[in-house]
Design a protein around this ligand. Structure first.
Ligand SMILES: [Zn+2]
Length: 501
């Protein structure tokens, strides 16, 4: 079965069939870099990065042209520039550089093309001219507007009805449009605002027309896949369709519309006013970027998702576990032929299951489960002399998911050091207290999180103190202290910290 994706336009999971053989043309709505980006912005770009990697993978073998625009002019960049006594492009350059660096750290590949809206003003003006000429747009006192009622299919993508939209829609005091549903294609400049000349008066483009004009200029219409976050379906993508399709001989402008689910933070939308805003650059200082990627992959791209400190902690330990598994596979052991025979089909199964999962509307959570299934057998692969084969497959899968650098040689050497340290730690502490601390089998000692052992020591100490065996309690405390772990007692119980941390 070929790759199938959920198409918002048809509301069905459909096979992706490129319009040009072997070439997939993708347009994804990019960032408006007029303020700091947060993780919610990154979610969509992380997904389209994985999709793009899979489209180009030999399994599909398509050449991909990936365009992701930059909305470099909007009310906020103008306002911020005025506040700072600078120009909008300086504001945009600053925020966009921070965003690009965050994308690099998250291992998101650069788009083939990153058009800035202000660099496509001639194409935008040309398109607005065509819309006016054909009766889809009109000039008003404060700008050029799109007349929504001229396009009967308006609302089809989002499933909204024009009549229902009109109820409750208002014309703001400063607007001069004919119908509350109409939206601006061109905004005439107010004094002191950045502006470009046009046949109707100098001003700047509206947000929606930028994407219509730039996708037409850079990919040509129709193209294969238009993407963005779920919140862009209405009105942004609805408006793009209304602008682009009346000028086309054969709509739709994009065969497939693919939308990523939204992200909440501790059950709420991230926003400065709610006080839970954390810029992407700050978040990336606190968390392993590959753990963030893994967390998104676990959820799948379409589901709404809630980001919590617990969820990222879980994803971080999952990543560590996979790294330990990959490290295990690196061990070269002379294999036994019989074991090899038994294990070989496991690798083939893994390959089939991995790609079946991605073909099924990019089910990355299932694809990730394949990596965990290899991890579980890492020791068996190594002892059968198949460690290298298993690791090669594991890394190939990780590559499609954009996780490959987390399993690079230097990373695994680092994990090796940590595992040895923690294994020694577990050994030293546990062996001192036979009969008091539960024994750990030598085979699993390396997989044990020292924190679990510390918790056991604390529990044993509490029990000893309750039984008035203070000498044992002190010995347990001192054993941890010798490893640099400091206990702190309070009425709520005992907590621990690493000395000097
Ligand atoms: Zn757009």
């Amino acid at each position: 079965m070929p790759l199938r994706l959920y198409n918002t336009r048809t509301r069905a999971v459909e096979p992706l069939k490129p319009l040009e053989p072997d070439h997939v043309r993708v347009y994804v709505c990019g960032l408006t870099p007029s303020a700091e980006a947060h993780l919610g912005h990154a979610r969509s770009f992380l997904f389209f990065d994985v999709l793009r990697r899979y489209l180009e993978h030999p399994r599909n073998g398509w050449r991909v042209t990936y365009v992701q625009n930059v909305t470099d002019i909007d009310d906020r960049s103008i306002a911020t520039a005025q506040l700072e006594g600078t120009t909008f492009d300086v504001v945009v350059a600053r925020y966009y550089a921070a965003f690009k660096e965050a994308m690099r750290v998250l291992n998101v590949r650069e788009p083939d093309s990153e058009p800035y809206a202000t660099k496509y003003v001639p194409q935008i003006i040309e398109m607005i001219g065509e819309l006016i000429e054909r009766g889809y747009a009109y000039v008003a006192q404060d700008g050029v507007y799109y007349a929504v009622e001229t396009f009967p299919r308006y609302g089809e993508l989002s499933g909204k009805k024009i009549d229902e939209l009109r109820i409750g829609a208002r014309i703001a005091e400063n607007e001069h449009k004919a119908d509350p549903l109409d939206f601006a294609l061109w905004k005439f400049a107010k004094p002191g605002e950045p502006q470009w000349a046009s046949p109707w008066g100098s001003g700047r483009p509206g947000w929606h027309i930028e994407c219509s004009a730039m996708s037409r200029a850079l990919l040509g219409v129709p193209f294969d896949l238009h993407g963005g976050g779920y919140d862009l379906i209405f009105p942004h993508h609805e408006n793009e369709i209304a602008q682009s399709e009346p000028l086309m001989a054969k709509p739709p402008m994009a065969e497939m519309w693919v939308h990523g689910g939204l992200l909440n933070f501790e059950n709420r939308k991230m926003s400065k006013s709610l006080g839970n805003f954390e810029p992407l650059t700050e978040l990336l200082k606190r968390h392993d970027p590959f753990a963030i990627r893994l967390l998104f992959l676990q959820t799948g791209y379409r589901k709404p998702m809630n980001f919590t400190e617990e969820s990222i902690a879980g994803a971080t330990s999952a990543l560590r576990r996979l790294q330990r598994g990959a490290r295990e596979m690196r061990r070269s052991v002379v294999g036994r032929p019989l074991e090899k025979e038994l294990l070989r089909p496991r690798l083939d199964d893994a390959e089939r299951e991995f790609f079946n999962a991605l073909d099924d509307d990019m089910d990355t959570s299932r694809a990730l489960a394949v990596l965990f299934s290899l991890d579980i057998r890492s020791r068996s692969f190594a002892s059968a002399g198949m460690g290298a084969d298993a690791l090669a497959k594991f890394r190939a899968f990780a590559d499609v998911l954009g996780l490959r650098p987390a399993f690079a040689e230097d990373q695994l050497i680092e994990v090796d050091k940590q595992v040895r340290l923690s294994a020694d730690f577990v050994d030293r502490v546990v062996l001192q207290f036979p009969g008091i601390l539960p024994p750990v089998h030598p085979d699993v000692v390396e997989g044990i999180d020292p924190a679990q052992v510390i918790d056991k020591v604390i529990a044993a100490r509490t029990a000893a103190r309750t039984a008035k065996d203070f000498a044992l309690g002190d010995r347990l405390r001192d054993a941890l202290a010798a490893e640099g772990i400091v206990l702190k007692d309070s009425k709520d119980g005992t907590t621990w910290t690493v000395a000097g941390a």
